[in-house]
Design a protein around this ligand. Structure first.
Ligand code: CMC
Length: 392
């Protein structure tokens, strides 16, 4: 069966060809469909970026309007789905509830499962973008024991997401425009990142011709890990722990550098970026803007800044080219907005949805796609004879 090359963690193996996202890790460059991330973050909106990633081109005004209207119209979930969401224990981790809910979408929308019919795939894509927004706000509301609110079609995607997350029933609600803008930007920054762990999972599951919901639900589970999307929650626990224990930051850094079991500088390092993560630079600016606008100056930001300063000047981090990644500062913004740390990774998932959809669709259309089936290098016993239990 030919020679097999061992490549743990796929550090040097491309699993596919893709025309969606370009990263130059050495230079700290990230582009979606050729457009630099800073231009999109500054000028675009999350749904426009979703359209760009999925369809390959920026939409015309009419195309964008039709897309936004279609997503908006699908934001309401079935009443039985609301009941289903209510059946999880109150203290369940939001990421587990979210993955279950996304998986369950296939049972509520069986007309949207055919992976090879273009219109059906477009419907499933729109349904996912629309329902994930509602699901994310429900996951948040359930975690704080508040009633689930219905969508308001007259509002924008992010604006209404914030209302559904934070408004009191029957009470007027206006989100601070700076907060709406910051969350829109964060979603754009998370929208795709080529063949990371969760996206590769989505492709792997989809390569068996599993439907889009099943594939994306698998991606959400991959994202939950602390080395991946779960890092944003882990950063906040690290900062909170440092504040609580009064541990000085230098002592913590020594433990990191001594590689004490389980002690890493969370939010630092990246498989591909060997330079400042361009997303982290944008997030850092937004963190200042949001904390200032909300008057929520946070001691944790000072701890984060101090950690970053030490790391960027320390031999250990310089030598290994470890820089802040996208997760280092996002949690501070989400916290200032009013989300609990357990909600940070679901927010990442909400942002990553267009990327998973675009990558899955690209793969399904690619004639060179085969079922994902890595090989192995066997290291177990050579042939031996079975010994009956009484003789062992
Ligand atoms: N703190 C301390 N040391 C680190 C860190 C860190 N955060 N990250 C990497 N290193 C060290 C690592 O110990 C190794 O040292 P040595 O060469 O002496 O063995 C070297 O740097 C290379 O690290 P690696 O673990 O081989 O690198 P990787 O490409 O396999 O892992 C990573 C990448 C992101 C999993 C890792 O950097 C990490 O665990 N970072 C902390 C978790 C984190 O912030 N994850 C978010 C990633 S970005 C967005 C996302 O995917 O969600």
């Amino acid at each position: 069966t030919g020679k097999v090359t061992l490549d743990p963690g796929f550090t040097n193996t491309a699993s596919c060809e893709s025309g969606i996202t370009y990263i130059d890790g050495g230079e700290g460059i990230l582009r979606y469909r050729g457009y630099p991330i800073d231009q999109l973050a500054e000028n675009s909106t999350f749904l426009e970026v979703a359209y760009l990633l999925i369809h390959g081109e920026l939409p015309s005004a009419d195309e964008l309007d039709a897309f936004v209207t279609r997503v908006n119209r699908h934001t309401l979930v079935h009443e039985d789905f609301r009941t289903f969401m209510g059946t999880f224990p109150r203290n369940a981790h939001p990421m587990a509830v979210m993955a279950s809910a996304i998986n369950a979408l296939s049972t509520f929308y069986p007309e949207s499962l055919d992976p090879f019919d273009d219109e059906t795939v477009e419907l499933a894509s729109v349904l996912l973008l629309a329902k994930t927004r509602t699901i994310t706000s429900y996951v948040h509301r359930r975690s704080i024991g508040e009633p689930l609110l219905y969508p308001d079609y007259s509002r924008g995607y992010v604006d209404d997401f914030l209302r559904m997350s934070f408004a009191q029933p029957y009470m007027p609600y206006e989100a601070d425009p700076i907060v709406v803008d910051a969350l829109d930007t964060l979603l754009i920054l998370h929208a795709d990142h080529e063949q990371n762990c969760s996206t590769s999972t989505v492709r792997m599951v989809g390569s068996a011709h599993a439907n889009l919901y099943a594939s994306v639900a698998a991606g959400i589970n991959a994202l939950s890990g602390p080395l991946h999307g779960g890092a944003n929650e882990a950063v906040l626990s690290m900062l909170t722990e440092l504040k609580k224990s009064g541990d000085d930051v230098d002592t913590y850094m020594t433990r990191v550098k001594n590689k004490e079991a389980g002690v890493r500088l969370m939010g630092f390092g990246h498989r591909v970026y060997k330079n400042y993560d361009p997303r982290a630079a944008i997030v850092k600016k937004k963190a200042y803007a949001v904390l200032d606008a909300l008057g929520a100056r946070d001691e944790l930001l000072d701890i984060a800044l101090r950690l970053e300063e030490i790391a960027l000047n320390d031999e250990y981090f310089i030598e290994r080219k470890l820089y802040p990644n996208v997760d280092f500062y996002t949690g501070l913004i989400y916290k200032a907005m009013g989300f609990s740390p357990a909600m940070f990774t679901p927010l990442f998932a909400l942002g990553r949805m267009p990327g998973w959809i675009a990558q899955w669709r690209e793969m399904m259309k690619d004639p060179s796609t085969k079922i994902g089936r890595p090989r192995q290098v066997y290291t177990g016993a050579t042939e031996r004879s079975y010994v009956p239990v009484g003789n062992r």
